[in-house]
Design a protein around this ligand. Sequence first.
Ligand code: SF4
Length: 356
Amino acid sequence: MKRCILDLTKTELAETISPPFRATQIYQWIYQKHAESFEAMRNIPKKLRAQLDEAYDLSPLQTVNVEESGDGSKKYLFRCRDGVTIESVLLPMKKARYDDSGKLLQETKYTVCVSSQVGCKIGCAFCLTAKGGFTRNLTAGEIVAQVLEIKKDNRIAHNRRLNIVYMGMGEPLDNIENVAKAVKIFNDPDGLSISARRQTISTSGLSSQIKKLGEMNLGVLLAISLHAVDDTLREKLMPINKAYNIESIIDAVKNFPIDQRKRVMFEYLVMKGLNDDIKSAKKLVKLLHGIKAKVNLIYFNPYPGSPFQRPEKEDMLAFQEYLIKHGVLCTIRQSKGLDISAACGQLREKTKNDHS
Ligand code: SF4
């Protein structure tokens, strides 16, 4: 199998071709002009185009299915070159706004939720991806290609702002090298030009890897899937807590380099009767003391056979109110993509059912 060119940073590409400065043009052709072949790269000498064609594939993904939800979210099913399938979601976060004269005041803002692994090893009890086990890590190119294909399909101009969340299938920090490489490729000004500050890495809380990510100093944002405030419950929901308990996660977060203007996001999946009471809210406030945090409450979305239930709206609102009253920024995740199961880890299994 040929190497995929999307696996290369611009510097790596420059090292493999002559003259090296052509790497900038090739990057622009791939990521900004969306060239479908090396042949189409008109300002690249014919000989180099032929060499590139011989050595590299241009895309590692093939689109298998696109499912659109009522709220405008789109779920993509991609097939990798070895036949495994992965999913990504396009979430239009804010709609375009116009004034009375029809002048554009604000463009639609997009977020793309990408997968970082095929399956996952973490085994969270509430997660459908976990049930399918782990197959392999995605390469940097396979992570990058998810955004590239989605941009192409939706004709999103290359200079439009876009956010990336590593919140699809897999634990990104269990594939930290490839994820870090993808962050750099996304960041390249001759490529997709998505700054690291627009990229959020969401983790189940691998404390040692959070530390490693911090040391890499990439400038990315961090989201922690906390979901519980005491170790006993967290171990039941997320067995990984036996290796990395809540205290170790909080410690790692406190030492993580974060842009002054940004916050660490704590994801809290609310399940009826388990973690939706005020006692839990109180503990959460205490845990987050001293951290510039934002809590995102997520309604648990039951799936066939799921052992947990969706919380009551009043309990959700009371939980949020308690946090806000005690100085913790807190939002309730809007149900964007809910009907296409866009919550972390709930992507692949549904598709398997849909397509088998
Ligand atoms: S919720 Fe995320 S980290 Fe946990 S098993 Fe599922 S995909 Fe992995």
